[in-house]
Design a protein around this ligand. Structure first.
Ligand SMILES: Nc1ncnc2c1ncn2[C@@H]1O[C@H](COP(=O)(O)OP(=O)(O)O)[C@@H](O)[C@H]1O
Ligand SMILES: [Mg+2]
Length: 269
């Protein structure tokens, strides 16, 4: 049996009085792709950020590749090297060209020599289909191309797992497909991936599992067919109906408002 590549146990995170993560248990096996969905503010980003220690959990444990990353004595830099992270904002250095964006972290963090860093950069640019942009500056690239560079930059560090936080949310709709295609390919190559996304067709097609979060807990965890196709909880159904059919969601909201109005808001408006 595969050991889980990521294991999260009874994870809690508070910001002051705001108890954001309220006991998350999650295992992601080697080569597994898990999509995390849920409403804004439900704690999805905080969960990802606790996995690579951008946030310090308040309670609970996180293991990556068998190492407890929440152990106070852990080498945080070593942990982060194993975990690639891709954000909604690409965060490329504007004054460096694409190759330099990829070689700089390899040289600084991994202490690779110039030749090896350049070779690894070229390999990973090819992987995301951007070899011809090696000398380009970020400002000359589309958002989709910049995000593919950001993915290549993460891959060039040789991570064991990749975390994606809404990687296509900042993109124009026509540019989303190319980024998802790169992620689909990574999944096929066997990369362990945790992907926060609103792209339900991607989740259905690529994810081994879908996790629905709401209010800092995991409400449902199952195959895409189960969680998206046949959700068991009202909160999941409500979230999906809003996402898939915003017009319908508005009607639902109006109905809810009306229902509220007749019970506890009589006389208002
Ligand atoms: N660094 C932070 N400091 C204070 N509050 C935060 C911080 N990061 C997130 N939060 C709060 O945690 C909650 C969950 O946020 P987040 O994890 O970003 O949700 P999601 O990604 O699902 O939209 C929100 O109430 C947010 O305001
Ligand atoms: Mg978020």
């Amino acid at each position: 049996m595969n050991h889980p590549e990521i294991r999260v146990q009874d994870l809690h995170k508070s910001f002051g009085d705001n108890h954001v993560l309220r006991g998350i248990d999650l295992e992601i096996g080697q080569g597994e792709v898990v999509c995390v969905i849920g409403p804004s503010g439900s704690g999805k980003s905080t969960l990802l950020r606790c996995v690579n220690l951008l946030e310090e959990p308040t309670k609970g444990q996180v293991f990556v590749g068998g190492t407890e990353v929440t152990d106070p004595d852990v080498d945080i830099d070593a942990v982060r090297r194993r975990i690639g992270m891709v954000f909604q904002q690409f965060n490329l250095f504007p004054h460096l060209n694409v190759t330099e964006n990829l070689t700089l972290p390899q040289r600084r963090v991994l202490r690779r020599d110039k030749a090896e860093a350049a070779r690894t950069a070229a390999e990973n640019l090819a992987r995301v289909g951007l070899s011809e942009k090696a000398q380009a500056y970020p400002s000359s690239l589309s958002g989709g191309q910049q995000q593919r560079v950001a993915i290549a930059r993460a891959l060039a560090m040789g991570p064991q797992v990749m975390l994606f936080d809404e990687p296509t949310s900042a993109l124009d709709p026509e540019l989303v497909g190319d980024v998802l295609a790169v992620m689909r390919r990574l999944a096929r190559e066997g990369m362990t991936m945790m992907v926060v996304t609103h792209e339900m067709s991607f989740a259905r097609e690529v994810a081994d599992r879908v996790v629905f979060m709401d209010g800092g807990v995991i409400v449902e965890d199952g195959t895409p067919e189960q969680v998206i196709g046949n959700p068991q909880h009202e909160r999941t159904r409500h979230f999906l109906s809003r996402l898939l059919d915003p017009a319908m969601a508005e009607v639902e909201e109006e109905v809810e408002e009306t229902e509220k109005g007749t019970s506890d808001r009589v006389g208002k408006d």
